[in-house]
Design a protein around this ligand. Structure first.
Ligand code: HXC
Length: 507
């Protein structure tokens, strides 16, 4: 054959492969409101940047050998000029199911991503384990899960769920750092509606069992809910824009970094709610905050913020929900996020306004001790620069847990209205002065007087500052300047940890 004939033959083969399951199945995919795997890749990556890997790989299983790419497209490209590796299940080919070759292709692209310290993105849309390939298919999942674990903390791993993701297959996304789901078209569950009905008699549809709403609001398995597939893919781009490439540099503090609005955003009455997100956004370079898991455990906000051009990971109590108290779900949400930040050299900024751990039987019996311990563990374990800003209440164990000095914060700032104490003035004075109040002719008046005395002597940030637990008391409007400087001055921090195989975080 001449070279031109070879090229023609190659082009024919490529054209067959890039057409996935064929026009009819592609159309079926569109009718479901879904894009094809190649359309997703084209939307996600920079124009013409995609290079496919192993497009000619074939199943060794008779009956599956004519399946383009064995139901998965793998490769690399760029997003806003930044390299990424990816795999995308092709639902039009054998339902995107995972067989031996399919698994080998995913494992290979994960290995390449890890060796090159480059993020990996998985676009999930699959019928799960390929029934025809049986245990070989299950073994393939084992290889992928093992890599999800080995590469955790080595490269950012992002899962986008754009179709079915059922059975044990859900555990690969569950092991990754971020799970983004498209509403109405994506589902995650261990056992589907039919099996549930057979076993327990419960009747439920796929969306109510494991749709984006469920996993973003109730279970906490997902981190972002997108109205459309394109929005889900755009969220990946935004998320990546916050993840630093190499060492971060900051811009010097400028005059306009003063933010007078911060002086008025937080109500003086410490029992009045307000929206912490407004405070966070006011600290940002551009007024934006990438809120992670915004619908789950709303009493704590976590996400990425650019401040002085540097990405920091924010962990902030949200007084709008449950008065910003710490709960089991809040501890789980925050500690996983802190560990991501630590692994990828993103310094955490903790903003505290916390009345305590949420009291109650439900929380105690469900294990607030064990779950709350995760938060302490994650903060204490993190070796990245850690800065805390106390903007109102910081009481008791929750004060300690929100990255206090004793737990290992490098720098702690407080606003002049901050109340740092074992508990609120009301509770503290009624315990300390119980006898005086009981003996008084006018207990209510005595109570008020004693509370005022307690507040004068104990509450406020000055006692904590006198003991070195607060490095400085600052005007709210200066917070942005102070934080930019603080992260700059901590940028070269090195902190030794005792040598060990690994710690044992309370799970
Ligand atoms: C082989 C499969 C398949 C599977 C779907 N297909 N699932 N082939 N193994 N697991 C094929 C279908 O036969 C069909 O082929 C094509 O994929 C598209 O499927 P449809 O059913 O036509 O599509 P749809 O109506 O959209 O339904 C999609 C679906 C459904 C909800 C995913 O197919 C389904 O329930 N499949 C079974 C899912 C499942 O139980 N998987 C095992 C999960 S357990 P044709 O040729 O007709 O187009 C698991 C274990 C992992 O994965 C273990 C890890 C440790």
């Amino acid at each position: 054959m001449s070279m031109s004939e070879h090229i023609r033959h190659l082009n024919e083969k490529r054209s067959f492969l890039t057409n996935g399951g064929g026009a009819e199945r592609n159309e079926k995919q569109h009718k479901k409101g879904k894009l094809t795997a190649r359309e997703r890749i084209a939307y996600l990556l920079d124009k013409d940047s995609f290079s496919e890997l192993q497009p000619f790989a074939k199943s060794r299983m008779p009956g599956c050998q004519n399946a383009p790419g064995d139901g998965v497209i793998t490769g690399y490209g760029t997003i806003d000029g930044r390299p990424v590796y990816l795999f995308a299940h092709d639902f039009t080919v054998l339902g995107g199911t995972l067989g031996e070759t399919h698994a080998e292709k995913i494992a290979a692209v994960m290995d390449l991503a890890a060796k090159n310290k480059t993020p990996i993105i998985g676009l999930n849309d699959s019928g799960g384990a390929r029934i025809q390939e049986g245990v070989v298919s299950l073994n393939g999942y084992g290889h992928i899960f093992r890599r999800n674990v080995l590469y955790s903390g080595v490269i950012p791993q992002i899962s986008v769920i754009l179709g079915p993701c059922a059975g044990g297959a859900v555990y690969s996304p569950a092991l990754t750092d971020f799970v983004i789901m498209a509403e109405n078209t994506s589902h995650m569950f261990i056992t589907g509606p039919k099996v549930i009905e057979q076993v327990t008699g419960e009747q439920i549809d796929a969306e109510s069992l494991g749709g984006a709403g469920i996993h973003n609001v109730i279970s906490g398995n997902a981190h972002y809910s997108a109205r459309t597939e394109k929005e889900a893919l755009s969220a990946v781009k935004t998320l990546l824009s916050y993840l630093p490439h190499g060492r971060q540099t900051a811009s010097p503090v400028k005059k306009e970094d003063a933010r007078p609005l911060l002086n008025t955003l937080v109500p003086a009455d410490s029992s009045k709610p307000y929206d912490m997100l407004q405070v966070i956004k006011e600290l940002a370079d551009d007024g934006t905050f990438f809120d992670i898991q915004p619908y789950f455990a709303k009493n704590i906000a976590v996400g990425f913020l650019k401040i002085g051009r540097r990405t920091v990971g924010v962990i902030a109590n949200q007084p709008k929900h449950l008065a910003g108290s710490l709960t089991i779900d809040a501890a789980d949400k925050a500690s996983r996020f802190i560990r991501f930040c630590d692994a990828f050299h993103i310094p955490p900024l903790t903003i505290a306004d916390v009345p305590g751990f949420l009291p109650g039987l439900q929380q105690e019996h469900a294990g607030i001790i064990r779950h709350g311990a995760k938060l302490l563990y994650a903060f204490a374990e993190a070796a990245v620069p850690k800065v805390t800003l106390i903007i109102r209440k910081a009481y008791g164990g929750a004060y300690v847990a929100m990255n206090s000095k004793g737990l290992g914060a490098d720098l702690v700032f407080a606003w002049p209205n901050a109340e740092i104490a074992v508990m609120g003035a009301e509770g503290a004075s009624s315990i300390l002065y119980r006898r005086d109040i009981q003996a008084s002719d006018d207990p209510e008046k005595t109570k008020r007087e004693k509370k005022a005395i307690y507040e004068k002597e104990n509450a406020g940030p000055y006692k904590a500052a006198a003991c070195g637990m607060v490095d400085d008391i600052i005007r709210p409007e200066d917070s942005r300047k102070k934080l930019i400087q603080a992260f700059d001055m901590l940028a070269h921090k090195e902190e030794e940890r005792p040598k060990k195989k690994h710690g044992n975080i309370p799970l």
